[in-house]
Design a protein around this ligand. Structure first.
Ligand SMILES: *Cc1c(COP(=O)(O)O)cnc(C)c1O
Length: 411
């Protein structure tokens, strides 16, 4: 054999299958050699599991998907489901929408308080292809019922909305959607699989930006969709043809994140609850939005919905988990004062995203809700002095001290 040939192949596939590393390797391979031509034929026909090309799937993705599926279906009594990983939350959402079976002329109904890019995906990419879309206030059952009269094929809602942390009753949404023949897609990013497992509540698709809590370390972008087994072929086709599979290194980082997800989220929720309760006592803070506070409009729904699921996951001794994100308004502050406050923070990093080990703060007016008209923002209750805080793993006392010293600039 020529040395050039040897250099390409030497060492590869030398490791015996009996060798079992404790960490799934990063399978950086664009294609896979079958055991035989017959085996490849079986894999290509979908008659046998296996690997043939790096755009279809790879072993590192399989390992991550098995891990997320286990979390998303925990306690669901073995209902057959699948999980697929994607290059981003948006790629996951795109595939789930396509897999839901919507086509030209069909209506997609989407919660009014929805992630900006979700709305933009429907409006700027899918509507020009003939899909219709509308928004509905999912927190208002009669307005939702009216919107469902348009017979949408798909309803999209978030388990916890941004930035006011509204919590819809997902079982009721699933029932209302199914009654008119629509499927329900839940974006559960803010809740993480620890607080909420939408499939058990009747949703047809549960999607996460794994960039946030699931990967959790601010070092990768990723997405996952979990759905009933009947949706597997549609999701796989959408992923394969649009090329949205998560790459091996990112799948590995995300899988590593999964291992500490329950520990991280539990701590983040407990810290967020403590910080929300403390901020509510500060005179400089005009309002605190957190589903764990009795003052939050959806406290009862959150308690029921997340209580049952989160206690089953982390043990009732921790109480109900309400999420690691809160929002608060600086009393009497305008845009310039909010800017000064943000620039004075040392621990809380002013950056887009959430769910990371570092606390991240964002200003919806200039980020997530930048494109929304002042009138619509006012209607949604997103004031010019509102900030969103994603609580990380720092000690709550240190985070409060950081907020306090930055507030001093406003005095
Ligand atoms: C971040 C986010 C997305 C998009 O996820 P990417 O990983 O950035 O593509 C979708 N929905 C929600 C609620 C998000 O926070």
């Amino acid at each position: 054999m020529d040395l050039t040939t040897l250099a390409v192949h030497a060492g590869e596939r030398a490791a015996a299958p009996s060798e079992r590393p404790v960490s799934t390797p990063i399978y950086a391979s664009s294609t896979f050699v079958p055991a035989s031509a017959g085996a490849l034929d079986q894999i290509a026909a979908g008659a046998a599991p296996g690997y043939m090309y790096g755009r279809y799937t790879h072993p590192t993705a399989t390992a991550l998907e098995a891990a997320v599926l286990a979390l998303e279906t925990a306690g669901a009594g073995g209902v057959p489901a699948v999980c697929l990983s994607f290059a981003s939350g948006m790629a996951a959402l795109h595939a789930a929408i396509l897999a839901s079976g919507v086509g030209r002329g069909d209506v997609v109904l989407c919660a009014e308080e929805i992630y900006g890019a979700t709305l933009a995906l429907l409006r700027d990419l899918l509507a020009p292809l003939g899909l219709q879309f509308a928004t509905a206030p999912v927190m208002d059952p009669s307005a939702l019922a009216a919107a469902l009269q348009n017979r949408p094929r798909l309803l999209i809602a978030e388990a916890i909305s941004n930035p006011l942390l509204r919590v819809p009753d997902l079982a009721a949404l699933a029932q209302a959607a199914h009654a008119v023949g629509a499927k329900l897609l839940v974006d559960a990013t803010f809740a993480s699989p620890l607080l909420c497992r939408p499939l058990a509540l009747g949703a047809d698709f549960s999607m996460h930006s794994a960039t946030k809590y699931i990967a959790g370390h601010g070092d990768t972008v990723a997405g996952v969709v979990t759905a009933a087994a009947a949706e597997a072929a549609g999701l796989a086709t959408a992923r394969k043809l649009a090329g949205g599979l998560l790459a091996p290194f990112e799948a590995w980082l995300t899988l590593r994140g999964v291992k500490t997800l329950p520990l991280r989220v539990r701590r983040q929720c407990e810290s967020a609850a403590a910080i929300a309760a403390e901020l509510a006592r500060w005179p400089e803070i005009a309002a605190v939005h957190y589903p764990g506070l009795p003052s939050h409009p959806d406290h009862a729904v959150a308690q029921r919905q997340f209580g049952a699921q989160s206690c089953a996951q982390v043990g009732p001794q921790h109480g109900t988990l309400y999420g690691g994100v809160l929002a608060f308004a600086l009393r009497g502050a305008g845009r310039n004062q909010v800017f000064a406050f943000l620039d004075r923070l040392r621990l809380c990093l002013h950056a887009t995203s959430l769910g990371d080990v570092q606390s991240l703060i964002s200003y919806p007016l200039i980020s997530s809700h930048r494109e929304i008209s002042p009138r619509q923002r006012q209607r949604l209750g997103i004031t010019d002095n509102l900030l969103r805080l994603s609580v990380g793993l720092e000690a709550p006392a240190d985070l409060l001290a950081d907020l306090r010293q930055a507030l001093a600039t406003l005095a």
